[in-house]
Ligand binder design. Structure first.
Ligand code: WT7
Length: 635
């Protein structure tokens, strides 16, 4: 059975085989990659202990699979096309051969700066090719990358650097996003006040933003590169990595506490992202793949960088935002670079849809062959607009459901192969065994049912641990339901067996496709001096999918409410980042609590959703009268 599925019958056969003979199935898939040494055992797994190993005993380096193996036959093919924020600036194209050279140089630059296999490196950069190159250079020398999205605050970076004990940071003076100039190095400087583990900061010049370079700690990327060049040797041998050696850490929010460092390892992640990229997008050798996600999120890791390069694709990377200089920017990029596959998020689709047809005028979208959506449920209206206005009714849409923890796409159509249905992620990929469970953990069989989405069997891209705290990984994902991985999502399975993800069932809000923990936002709000207590819930938002609604109890303060509201937003921006700013803040004198002191979020959610008349039973509340006040003051 081949690597690449070409018909629905082949999908069904592959699926069948992946369930009946999973080890054989994945071993055959893995044969399509370059290994320095083959595995002794395909799979060892114990969900009850949150332990899974794939391809143990094998050795590889993912960058040899992403780059070196394509040098001979397609060395001159563009690996990366980079489109700058400002359309007037020159775009860049980097061939596989050039990418090999650059990744080797940066790999040597890291080694010159004392980096060894297993070291953790924090990357905080704008969407420029050097970000992808840095990620790959870490993988080349066996360092573990921890990319932090450029929108996170100094405090968030410090938390992540401390958790992983990073020794080195790669950043830039600043970055451009729309009309904004983001002072990345300054933010890093604020973060590093709390991070004694960091002994070196490498700073790329991008925006010419003034920065302060600390003697003995901070060095310029360009200077370090010159040193590498003057050494004459441009080779950087790919470090042999065990299949289960850590490849990267990526932090993500959950329902409790601080973000967790999701760990992915070399072998399984490579096999899974390569396989899913090829099959979901049905990638053809000359196609240009445009993933609009930032590399700071898992989508950027798995498909913009690794999955695409593993299949020898041309991947397009865009520095800017969809609405600047105008709402036609994506369509202009598609036209200019003759993009074939566009992979984006429902929130982007909805926001561009709101601008109407004008931004589409004069844009040639005929190069598009396939469209993809990821990050949150896509509503039918957005799905149809994407299909008709962008795909002109001839491009299949793949609604891909997955998570940071799953490493790659789990439930999705195969483009042009699986019959689609708006707002449905459709069927599990080969190797994925989803199931729905009720509150008691009992599996719900049959079709036309809904429940909590779990996965019954390991796949190569599964989370291996949460960095530095394996027990947290076990309790978060493997203890809610016995012997199953719990996704945190609610889901329905229709009469035909198609899956539709309905949203989170835990205290996680999905804002514009980004996961934000309510507890995290509450902690940030509570840092404000005037705040006594707060409760945060999600509510439906036309563009963002979900918005953040905060109920806040204030102490006595001389400030007026409007000022305090702004101060709270400023506080959240400082503690987490602008992405976590509440859309609405309602000041209340009390919160609905049970006699044991637990906040009844169900009621707060209903009020935030505007469903005042269906609050359910409020008789168990300590003080039912607060509900009336909250209802009366609802925003
Ligand atoms: C959560 C994971 C995986 C890439 C980006 C987000 C939601 C993701 C879909 C989809 C409905 C989706 C889920 C999931 N989600 N894709 N196609 N349809 N919901 O990664 O930050 O790890 O968030 O995003 O709720 O649990 P993430």
């Amino acid at each position: 059975m081949g690597f690449r599925i070409k018909t629905f019958e082949e999908y069904q056969q592959a699926y069948q085989k992946s369930v009946t003979q999973p080890e054989l199935f994945w071993a055959e898939i893995a044969e399509n990659f370059t290994w320095k040494k083959k595995w002794d055992k395909v799979l060892e797994s114990d969900f009850r202990k949150a332990n899974t190993k794939w391809f143990s005993g094998a050795q590889l380096n993912i960058t040899e699979n992403c780059i070196d193996r394509y040098l001979e036959n397609q060395g001159h093919k563009p690996a990366i096309i980079w489109e700058p924020n400002n359309p007037e600036e020159q775009h860049r194209e980097i061939t596989y051969k050039e990418l090999h050279h650059k990744v080797s140089q940066v790999g040597n630059m890291l080694k010159n700066n004392g980096v060894k296999k297993g070291d953790r490196i924090c990357i905080y950069m704008p969407m420029v090719p050097e970000l992808a190159i840095s990620v790959l250079a870490c993988a080349r020398v066996g360092a573990i990358h921890s990319v932090v999205f450029g929108g996170f605050s100094a405090q968030s970076i410090a938390d992540r650097i401390q958790d992983a004990q990073c020794e080195l940071v790669i950043t830039a003076d600043g970055g451009f996003r729309g009309t904004k100039e983001v002072p990345l190095k300054n933010v890093i400087d604020d973060a590093l006040v709390q991070c004694p583990s960091v002994r070196r900061v490498i700073v790329l010049t991008r925006s010419q933003t003034p920065v302060s370079m600390l003697k003995g700690r901070d060095v310029w990327w360009e200077d370090e590169l010159k040193k590498v060049e003057s050494m004459g040797n441009s080779e950087c041998p790919a470090e042999p990595m065990d299949a289960e050696d850590e490849l990267f850490i990526l932090y993500t929010s959950g329902s409790t506490g601080k973000p967790k460092g999701v760990v992915h390892t070399c072998g399984g992640y490579m096999v899974y992202t390569g396989y899913t990229f090829a099959n979901v997008f049905q990638y053809e050798p000359s196609e240009v793949f445009f993933c609009t996600a930032d590399i700071g999120w898992i989508t950027g890791h798995s498909y913009l960088v690794y999955g695409a390069l593993l299949q020898g694709a041309t991947t397009l990377m865009f520095e800017g935002v969809p609405t600047w200089p105008d709402a036609g920017r994506f369509w202009e990029i598609v036209d200019k670079h003759q993009v074939n596959i566009l992979y984006t998020a429902p929130t982007a689709i909805r926001s561009l849809m709101a601008y109407g047809n004008e931004p589409l005028k004069g844009k040639d979208l005929s190069s598009l062959t396939k469209l993809g959506s990821v990050g949150e449920p896509i509503n039918e209206e957005a799905w149809n607009w994407f299909s008709e206005k962008i795909g002109k009714g001839r491009c299949p849409i793949v609604d891909t459901w997955w998570q940071t923890e799953t490493g790659g796409i789990m439930i999705s159509p195969l483009a042009g192969i699986t019959p689609t249905k708006p707002s449905y992620a459709t069927l599990p990929l080969p190797g994925i065994q989803p199931c729905l469970v009720d509150e008691n953990g009992k599996e719900i069989e049959g079709n036309g049912v809904s429940g909590n989405l779990c996965i019954k069997f390991p796949w190569p891209g599964i989370i291996r641990t949460t960095y530095g705290d394996h027990e947290r990984c076990r309790t978060t994902y493997f203890s809610t339901y016995d012997n199953k991985y719990f996704t945190g999502d609610g889901c329905l399975r229709d009469e035909q067996g198609y899956y539709r993800i309905t949203g989170r069932v835990d205290d996680v809000i999905n804002v514009s496709g980004h996961r934000i923990g309510t507890a995290e936002v509450e902690n940030a709000i509570n840092m404000h001096a005037d705040v006594i207590e707060s409760a945060v819930v999600g509510y439906p938002h036309d563009i963002k999918g979900q918005g953040i609604y905060a109920y806040v109890i204030l102490g006595t303060s001389l400030h007026d409410h409007e000022l305090t509201r702004k101060d709270i937003l400023q506080t959240v921006t400082r503690i987490i980042g602008a992405i976590a700013k509440p859309d609405k803040i309602q000041f209340v004198s009390g919160l609905p609590k049970t006699r044991s002191g637990k906040i009844m979020r169900r009621i707060l959610r209903k009020v935030a959703e505007g469903e005042m008349d269906s609050l359910g039973d409020t008789s168990t509340l300590l003080d039912p009268s607060v509900v009336d006040e909250i209802k009366a003051g609802a925003l």
